[in-house]
Design a protein around this ligand. Structure first.
Ligand SMILES: [Zn+2]
Length: 202
């Protein structure tokens, strides 16, 4: 039997194999330490892997009646450049009509495309990874300001500290990740174990 939605384990194997998920000892720009590190674009550089992940996520959306009943008049929206390949993959699998992506300009999240009020379909917001949920919240505000309705939200990986619901609907993900993050080297078990740290950019 074909497995329609791969298990968390299977998705994690893909992320490990592509280097999108690494274990070790990482120090973030904000000074926090962690034994794990996600670089989701590494999984999306392979077309086949990108397709498997996006199709799996799209199937979770298709199970929602509010979404499946409105297709193809749906917009898929990415909060940032990292979510663009996910948005294209999900759009393709759902055969949705439109794609938009936001970018940050002088600290403000905005759409690059000229989106006019009234022309935007009901929206699904998708990203590669949802960490705090801030990017999603800002995108929700942006979409609301256009007068559009949000009918779904999801990502390949969702950190457990991110909200479980957006606009009254569940946040979909292929992996719900149990984050281990230490405020400083004082609390870090890898520091205590003497594991050499690696500085990371995000
Ligand atoms: Zn450490």
């Amino acid at each position: 039997m074909v497995e329609l939605i791969p298990s968390e384990d299977a998705v994690m194997q893909i992320l490990k194999r592509t280097g999108a998920f690494r274990e070790g000892h990482f120090v973030y720009p904000n000074g926090k330490h962690s034994p794990h590190y996600f670089q989701m674009p590494l999984a999306f550089r392979y077309y086949d892997t990108a397709r498997v992940l996006a199709v799996a996520l799209s199937r979770k959306f298709r199970l929602e009646k509010d979404i499946s009943s409105q297709l193809p008049k749906v917009s898929v929206i990415s909060p940032s450049s990292g979510g663009i390949p996910v948005a294209f993959g999900v759009r393709d699998a759902l055969n949705a009509e439109q794609i938009y992506w936001a970018e940050q300009e002088s600290g403000k999240r905005m759409f690059r495309q000229y989106v006019n009020q009234g022309e935007i379909n009901p929206c699904i917001i998708v990203d590669d990874i949802i960490r705090s949920g801030n990017a999603i919240d800002e995108t929700v505000e942006l979409v609301r300001s256009l007068g559009a309705r949000i009918i779904g939200c999801g990502a390949i990986v969702k950190f457990d500290m991110a909200p479980d619901e957006i606009e009254g609907g569940p946040v979909k993900s292929l992996i719900n990740f149990d984050v281990r993050m230490y405020e400083s080297d004082q609390d870090c078990s890898e520091c205590k174990a003497g594991v050499k740290p690696e500085q990371v950019r995000f």
